[in-house]
Design a protein around this ligand. Structure first.
Ligand code: T5A
Ligand code: NA
Length: 214
């Protein structure tokens, strides 16, 4: 059976990831490709609840401990994702291992250390990285109360995402990471994302799923 594709949306806070993943899943289903959304962190699991408490600053955790929990939260979902892909269902992920690396490395953890716990996860067939200027982000409302939602952190995270993009290209090829401007209207961004995804979903049908960082 032709497999589903693994499509990841990444980007800074306020770049419109959640808005766009909902639209993308709806569009895929409307066009006859079965698709399912997966959000990371998945705050519904036992590990996800620990992450949620940390993000709301209800608890404090060592930087390495929370890094490993974010990764464990992906590993506890990987079997379900792989089953969907094998069953021909396209999985759209709202953030993935790349957020894990960018946010932890921005706090000062070693970049290579940050990559390692996610090694072997299903490799996204493409990652769409939504780019947004700090000015436009500011126009989309004040940052909320969650940890990391401040200008200095976002700047540091942006710099780390640039390193992640290079690492993905070096290990897995240029086509795996696509920048999409998130400056336009919701409909404009949706159209640009669809232009990439439609092609990927058709192209990977008969290819095996890759392994991240392998
Ligand atoms: N994290 C995550 C780690 O540290 N390690 C990890 O391994 C992982 C996976 C999770 C936090 O955890 C960190 C990263 C994060 O700090 P979250 O639950 O993913 O956070 O929530 P956020 O991603 O922070 O949600 P965001 O604030 O980033 O928002 P989105 O999803 O990018 O944007 P969205 O769609 O909610 O839109 C934001 C606002 O803009 C409007 C929307 O209506 C909304 O009001 N908007 C637009 N306005 C104008 N034009 C457009 N084109 C618009 N698109 C959306
Ligand atoms: Na979001």
């Amino acid at each position: 059976m032709p497999r589903g594709a693994l499509i990841v949306l990444e980007g800074l806070d306020r770049s419109g990831k959640s808005t766009q993943v909902d639209r993308l899943v709806a569009r895929l289903n409307a066009e006859g490709h079965r698709a399912r959304l997966h959000k990371f962190p998945d705050r519904t699991t036992a590990i996800g609840k620990m992450i949620d408490a940390y993000l709301r600053s209800a608890t404090d955790l060592d930087d390495r401990a929370i890094h490993l929990l974010f990764s464990a939260n992906r590993w506890e979902c990987h079997a379900a994702i792989e089953k969907d892909l094998a069953d021909g269902i396209t999985v759209v992920a709202d953030r993935y291992a790349f957020s894990g690396i960018a946010f932890s490395a921005a706090k000062g953890l070693d970049f290579t250390y940050c990559l390692s716990p996610d090694t072997g996860l299903p490799l996204p067939d493409t990652t769409l990285y939504l780019t947004l200027s700090p000015e436009t982000a500011a126009q989309r409302g004040a940052y909320g109360a969650e940890r990391y939602e401040n200008v200095d952190t976002q700047k540091a995270v942006r710099a780390q995402f640039a390193k992640v993009a290079k690492e993905v290209a070096r290990r897995h090829g240029d086509a795996r990471w696509v920048e999409v401007s998130a400056e336009g209207s919701v409909e404009e961004v949706e159209r640009d994302i669809w232009g990439v995804v439609e092609d990927v979903v058709r192209r990977v049908k008969d290819e095996p799923v890759g392994r991240l960082w392998e």
